[in-house]
Design a protein around this ligand. Structure first.
Ligand code: HEB
Length: 729
């Protein structure tokens, strides 16, 4: 159905591209290339660096906006009339698909940057016709301008839609700042086809095929599962298996999954009135004069409601614009039989429905049509664990109300980080465990900090140990969902304290000592202060008197505030900054360094100077096999020198692979004498081999730049230590 237009534009360059995932350029080779205009760090963001979205949002007439949104729900437009005269269900689907791309694996996806406006999401088959939903919102976006981002508007509109149909809502937090370009850092998969072109499903247990990390959708182009069942096979139990896997990667358990799906499908309908091959291409591939619309349907057909989106057809309940218990009532009241929609999709229909259990026609309420269920809906009845929950919700509407409202709130806010980042009058005051709540900390006095620093440096703990502990604590931060970081001192709890990357025994010793010395400084602050004191000492030992600034005020989370299991996805498979590799990934190990740097929000120079500095400090994870450190290319570890770069770029050294290491390890020998000098990893050598990284490494190895190196290191270090200090801004 031409989501991309014919042919496979994939020309492999060694297969690496496929492993790194397919990009918009692969899908739409003819698309306008704006990328050359962002070279040299020129921003595509028209709002400029000084624009403060929090300030703009706080000046928003929030009540007026909500009233306008409510009025929009029933303000049907002839170019895309509202089913049943109410756009609510359509907008809920828009909001759910905006939020539903979130995955715990790397924290990417989700509603927080308004990505549904851009490729590939604007053109995913699963997002079919949501281009119309966004365009219906344009007059309101235009009216409120900078005071409401698209990203916030998508979610707020979903909330208002639920409320306007009598549904339960738990709250709304604003603060999602729009971006103005597609997010190229998100790996959506390496398949060359999309769901509507018959791409294989990603979970096939019989063939030992499991869902690749961090993906959370079952086929390319879907938000989660295929409504018709795995790969189009209408098997509710296999669908349940896929739902459980994909929803858990969205941080949803069984109860939340059931509540969300049933609650969502209390509203609206599926669209599959005409065969899909009558549709035009997706927005990204369509003719200019369609002005960003895709899936073009004839105006006359639109008016009649002859629309195809998913290809399935029909409403779930007799009251598709009214919240209530009809979904479960019908699901359990009737036997359902497999039928085909007019567009040819597999779906389920009640056998012999009572007339009052028929649904109204979307355009003509006097006409009655059968209701339906997707195979994924049938999973809520057929899977034994889902069924128990479904029966409970059928019998206890209040329980469903509460579970749906909470799960919806979580769905829409999961990627926003701590509650201090939420804006607006509807922010719920209750702390929720998935927000990783941290008690407000106390600012320590300069004297207290100095006394503590002094004690730490005389404690016998080494620079390397202190730097590693601080890095371990702060570097879990990921800007994708604003989780992790030094605040809360989660590092002293499971699972973080036992991660191999953290050298648990050494870390345990360091944390115990810091705890003993810290007086009333919070543990979270103590870890950062100690690391920063160590950096100061290391700079001093290298001949540079420089202060490493620390901003105290971090709090310590309690065990009760910490959902240990939810922190597991934060464990790094590789941390190039500490020269650590847990398991070799399908991508190169140096790609993993770039990925971590990206999640930390670092620039190329920041990443480079941090790697070089950490190596000089000896702050590498203990090598699993060897007794010696790898990548510490200096004779004086513990001093903040640029030795790593100087030695790496030295032509006197010849590098060769260590065969047994599978291309992960290298040995450097003296070119003249053949004497063994250094051991290094891919992550080290990439700063000499990659031309762009080498250019930056050269800057730091140059005479006269020694002080610049130290200053840049301290600035990048401080940036990482403070990455999660939303309380400061
Ligand atoms: Fe849904 C719709 C599927 C979940 C909400 N969905 C829909 C459709 C389908 C589906 C197929 C149709 C589309 C068209 O238009 O055609 N879902 C599904 C699946 C899942 C889901 C498979 C997983 C299991 N949903 C969900 C959730 C939510 C929802 C979670 C929320 C919460 N949906 C929804 C809505 C709708 C839908 C509201 C309607 C829309 C309209 O009406 O437009």
């Amino acid at each position: 159905t031409g989501s991309m237009g014919g042919g496979c534009p994939f020309h492999g360059d060694g297969g690496v591209r496929a492993l790194l995932g397919r990009t918009n350029k692969d899908w739409w080779p003819d698309a306008l290339d704006l990328h050359i205009l962002t070279q040299g760090g020129r921003s595509p963001d028209p709002m400029g660096e000084d624009f403060d979205y929090c300030e703009a949002f706080n000046a928003l007439d929030y009540a007026a906006l909500k009233a306008d949104l409510k009025a929009l729900m029933t303000d049907s437009q002839p170019w895309w009339p509202a089913d049943y005269g109410h756009y609510g269900p359509f907008f809920i689907r828009m909001a759910w698909h905006a939020a539903g791309t979130y995955r715990t694996g790397d924290g990417r996806g989700g509603a927080s940057s308004g990505q549904q406006r851009f490729a590939p999401l604007n053109s995913w088959p699963d997002n079919g016709n949501l281009d119309k939903a966004r365009r219906l919102l344009w007059p309101i976006k235009q009216k409120y301008g900078k005071h409401i981002s698209w990203a916030d508007l998508f979610i707020l509109t979903g909330n208002v839609a639920i409320e306007s149909m009598g549904g339960p809502v738990f709250g709304f937090g604003g603060g999602r700042k729009d971006v103005y370009e597609p997010e190229n850092d998100i790996y959506w998969g390496s398949e060359e086809e999309w769901v509507d072109e018959g791409v294989e499903t990603r979970i096939i247990p019989d063939e030992g095929k499991a869902l690749e990390n961090p993906l959370a959708a079952i086929q390319m182009g879907l938000i989660y599962v295929n409504p018709e069942g795995p790969g189009g096979n209408p098997d509710p139990l296999q669908s349940a298996r896929d739902m459980r896997e994909t929803f858990s990667r969205m941080a949803m358990n069984d109860e939340e999954t059931v509540a969300l799906t049933a609650g969502g499908h209390a509203f609206g309908k599926c669209h599959g009135a005409v065969p899909a091959d009558q549709l035009s291409g997706s927005p990204e591939s369509e003719a200019l004069q369609l002005m960003g619309f895709g899936w073009a349907t004839d105006a006359e057909q639109i008016e009649k409601g002859h629309i195809t989106t998913s290809g399935l057809e029909g409403a779930w309940t007799p009251n598709p614009t009214q919240w209530g218990g009809d979904y479960f009532r019908l699901l359990f009241k009737y036997e359902y039989e497999l039928v085909k929609s007019p567009a040819g999709a597999q779906q389920w229909q009640p056998v012999d429905p009572d007339p009052e259990d028929m649904a109204p026609d979307a355009r003509d309420p006097s006409k009655k049509v059968p209701t339906m269920m997707t195979t994924a809906d049938m999973a809520l009845k057929m899977d034994p664990d889902y069924r128990k929950i479904s029966e409970r919700f059928r019998d206890d509407q209040a329980a469903l109300d509460d579970a749906f409202a909470r799960a919806w709130f979580k769905l829409c806010h999961r990627d926003m980080g701590p509650r201090v980042r939420y804006l607006g009058p509807d922010v719920p005051s209750e702390d929720l465990i998935w927000q990783d709540p941290v008690p407000t900390g106390r600012v320590a006095s300069d004297t207290a900090v100095d006394i503590f620093k002094d004690k730490v440096l005389r404690s016998g703990l080494s620079v390397r140990e202190l730097v590693k502990a601080a890095w371990a604590s702060a570097s879990t931060y990921r800007k994708s969902d604003h989780r992790g970081g030094a605040n809360g001192a989660h590092i002293r709890m499971e699972p973080m304290k036992s991660w191999a990357v953290n050298d648990p025994e050494e870390l345990g010793k360091v944390l115990a000592k810091l705890d003993e010395l810290r007086d009333d400084i919070s543990m979270a602050d103590a870890i950062v202060i100690a690391g920063s004191a160590a950096v100061e000492k290391a700079a001093k030992d290298a001949g540079f008197d420089i202060a490493v600034p620390v901003t105290t005020g971090r709090g310590d989370a309690t065990e009760e505030q910490t959902d240990a299991e939810s922190f597991e996805p934060l464990e790094p498979f590789a941390d190039g900054f500490r020269n650590y590799l847990k398991t070799k990934a399908s991508v190169k190990t140096e790609d993993m360094l770039i990925d971590r740097a990206s999640l930390l929000g670092l620039s190329i120079p920041e990443m480079t100077v941090l790697v070089g500095g950490m190596r000089a400090l000896g702050a590498v994870s203990k090598h699993a096999k060897h007794g010696y450190d790898i990548g510490v290319l200096t004779d004086r570890p513990g001093q903040l020198t640029n030795d790593f770069f100087v030695n790496l770029l030295d032509m006197g050294t010849k590098w060769a692979t260590v065969d047994e290491s599978g291309d992960e390890e290298f040995v450097g020998t003296d070119r003249a004498s053949g004497e063994e000098k250094w051991h290094a990893t891919r992550t080290d050598l990439v700063f000499g081999s990659n031309s762009q990284l080498r250019a930056v490494a050269e800057v730091y190895a140059e005479n006269g730049n020694e002080e610049k190196f130290v200053k840049d290191f301290v600035a990048a270090w401080t940036k990482v230590m403070d990455a999660d200090r939303f309380d400061l801004t």
